[in-house]
Unconditional design. Structure first.
Lengths: 168, 168
């Protein structure tokens, strides 16, 4: 899929088929995350790829909005050094989600509110934490992905030169 | 450009030609940012598009690593509510940068260390802050974009089921 089309049509979606992702797709998604830039090229992220029902269930118990995680075909938890900006985690996550969507795979980021629980479930070393994971899976009805997730008009979001500035 | 190709080959790059970006390209980049998902679809970001030399110079003075900002053809500052996660700012920024690169335009995020200075320069209201901006421009030599920005091998970044876990 064309890059702009993939970016423009990608919506976060929490309904997935049981159909597994093949190894090639998973590898491309991880490569997409790996290639995301980061502050001073530190590449601070580690990706924990989760496929077993046990780990998906355990991770799902670590957040308030993670009930869809066990239904996901595949989950990638993003571990980051505590002191590093989450801006770079967002960059890597978006790369993974757009690459997935370009192959017809839906996704949704999830926030792990229970950071100590997540640390235990994922066996994280000191200094690393997982605040976000991404759930992936084929959507039951691709045409319905994103229905009901409108965006604010561009004119409301974009300002020129200064906050509140109108177009020249 | 194909989505995966754009994602895989995009590197952060700080050298730009003076050539301006046309209105269609700028609109697609802003649309790419607008379409990024956000926590509970709050769409917390506001994009301040900067083109005048005065504003680029003023913004450049607000960070330690922003000397390339005045050379950029176009700069988009990302304003976020202080309480909202920067993960979503990173998602929007990555969408904009990948959409730009798919059209041959290089970019690099910059961090604005002087948040009070940025507030003054951009006229931000209370509650919003700009911690990141993205500089855009055509690269002098597209073939050299990203040379010298290697990534760690996938095997070092990816773990399975748990931190340190090997592939099944």
């Amino acid at each position: 899929m064309d890059a702009y089309a993939a970016i423009r049509t990608k919506r976060d979606s929490r309904s997935y088929l049981a159909r597994p992702l093949d190894e090639g797709v998973k590898r491309r998604i991880l490569q997409a995350g790996r290639m995301a830039g980061s502050s001073t090229n530190r590449q601070p992220y580690r990706f924990i790829a989760i496929e077993t029902a046990e780990q998906k269930e355990a991770l799902s118990a670590c957040g308030g909005f993670m009930r869809h995680v066990p239904q996901a075909a595949w989950v990638v938890a993003i571990a980051m050094p505590k002191e590093h900006t989450l801006f770079d985690a967002g960059r890597a996550a978006q790369n993974m989600m757009v690459a997935a969507w370009a192959e017809g795979i839906a996704s949704c980021p999830v926030t792990t509110h229970d950071t100590e629980g997540t640390r235990f479930v994922l066996g994280l070393p000191d200094g690393l934490q997982v605040l976000h994971a991404v759930a992936f899976g084929y959507p039951p009805d691709p045409a319905r992905v994103g229905v009901g997730r409108p965006r604010k008009p561009l004119a409301e979001i974009v300002h020129y030169e200064r906050y509140g500035g109108a177009r020249a």
